[in-house]
Design a protein around this ligand. Structure first.
Ligand SMILES: [Zn+2]
Length: 423
């Protein structure tokens, strides 16, 4: 399941161009949405539905851990019962590299498949989207990177997310890695959005608490950044607020009582709603910085977001007081009769408290002072070329914000050094 955490669709360094392109694209064009099947056993119901669609053979794309845990079984039993043929490709690894996706493409063709079920975290979703575009448009994967590079519509994808965080089941992009250049390639095509998705909490009860926490805060970050940026719409606002409400009501329970199906289901819904919100309204500096941590230190995406969210929100707060106040009310940490300033502060405090309750550290152990200027430069570039950020940061300001995440031993050393110099 670690692989799930590592594979958010928009993770990793240098994705600013993607987000700009995806953002400009998705701001104005219609984006299809999957039909959602929700609740325990919905992966089996998805299998029943797919079996009725008359596909000749279905490719299930997943990773070996999910396969070994037997999580596919309700789906595959339903497919078998419905008379549908399927094959399983369970080789997906984090940040699926091109040769692996090419294997998946070959496997799909050899078996005469005509649809895909993406089953897992972001990596399996991304790999499935890349396979779906490539088999419909037979040219090298590298030539399919970019916006709508495939002429023909990708083959149909159905999705079963196994974490509650990335929202990949509703997003328009797939990120794959090119081991030759060590770069990420991004395929953007709204037609890759799955036709149906099953949000099945019974597949999520085994997620360890720290992954539940980090992926949950990733979803919170999607919702909050979408809500406080400049590209909001009534639709994205509604989705973001719903996600924030659900997360504050359920993430602690999903973390401390992983077998709680109701909390797991609500978190799965929250993640999907947050996905709808940021597909329209995009993200901001938290993601821009988190992507740099992912690229430089391989910090899990959700954890990187969780560490940076409080610092970035505090900085942005003067520009987004009214919005933070609305979030506070929705998170039920304040009431409408309080002033916006009071409510905004309550929301900032509530995010700190949530992180603390979920065991999220307040600093990033791997972070090095010497790396900060380059990290800030890359984060600003990413944000300023693509994200509708609510309060501009110069590189210097961004450096200061990243510096707040330095390991405490290092930040504590500073006053001591200063004292020494003074003495
Ligand atoms: Zn994210």
């Amino acid at each position: 399941m670690i692989s799930d955490l590592l594979s958010d669709s928009v993770r990793a360094a240098g994705l600013g161009a993607l987000m700009r392109g995806a953002g400009l694209l998705t701001r104005f064009i219609p984006i299809p949405q999957p039909t959602l099947l929700v609740g325990p056993g919905s992966s089996a119901r998805l299998g029943q539905a797919i079996a009725g669609f008359g596909h000749s053979k279905i490719l299930i794309v997943t990773d070996s851990i999910i396969s070994k845990l037997g999580l596919l079984q309700p789906l595959t039993d339903a497919l078998t019962a419905g008379g549908a043929q399927f094959v399983v490709f369970d080789e997906i690894t984090p940040d699926a590299p091109i040769p692996l996706i090419e294997q998946g493409i070959e496997f799909y063709k050899e078996n005469g498949c005509d649809a895909i079920v993406a089953f897992g975290g972001g990596s399996s979703m991304d790999a499935s989207k890349a396979i779906a575009v490539s088999v419909a448009n037979p040219k090298p994967l590298r030539q399919l990177a970019g916006y709508l590079k495939g002429l023909r519509s990708p083959v149909k994808i159905y999705a079963v997310p196994t974490t509650a965080g990335t929202g990949s089941e509703v997003t328009v992009a797939a990120v794959i890695s090119d081991p030759q250049t060590h770069k990420k390639l991004v395929i953007v095509d709204p037609r890759m959005v799955p036709k149906m998705a099953a949000l099945d909490p019974s597949l999520m009860t085994g997620l360890p608490p720290h992954i539940t926490a980090a992926t949950g805060i990733d979803a919170l970050t999607h919702a909050v950044e979408a809500f406080v940026g400049h590209w909001t719409t009534p639709y994205s606002d509604g989705m973001a607020l719903s996600a924030v409400g659900l997360i504050f009501e359920n993430l602690r329970t999903a973390y401390s009582d992983g077998k709680n199906l109701e909390a797991r289901e609500k978190m799965a819904l929250a993640s999907t709603y947050a996905g709808f919100a940021f597909t329209r309204a995009n993200v901001g500096y938290v993601h821009a910085i988190a992507h740099q941590f992912g690229g430089k230190y391989h910090t899990p995406h959700g954890l990187a977001n969780a560490i940076m969210l409080p610092f970035v929100l505090k900085y942005s707060s003067p520009a987004i007081t009214e919005r933070l106040a609305l979030l506070a009310v929705r998170a039920k940490v304040g009431t409408e009769d309080e002033s916006s300033e009071v409510l905004a502060q309550k929301f900032l405090d509530a995010v700190d408290q949530l992180n603390q309750d979920l065991g999220i550290p307040t600093c990033l152990d791997a972070l090095q002072e010497a790396d900060i200027p380059a990290l800030a430069k890359a984060a600003c570039w990413e944000a300023h070329t693509g994200y509708p950020v609510p309060r501009y940061m110069s590189q210097e300001v961004c450096e200061g914000i990243i510096r707040q995440a330095l390991p405490k031993a290092m930040t504590k050393a500073k006053p001591a050094e200063r004292r020494k110099k003074a003495a």
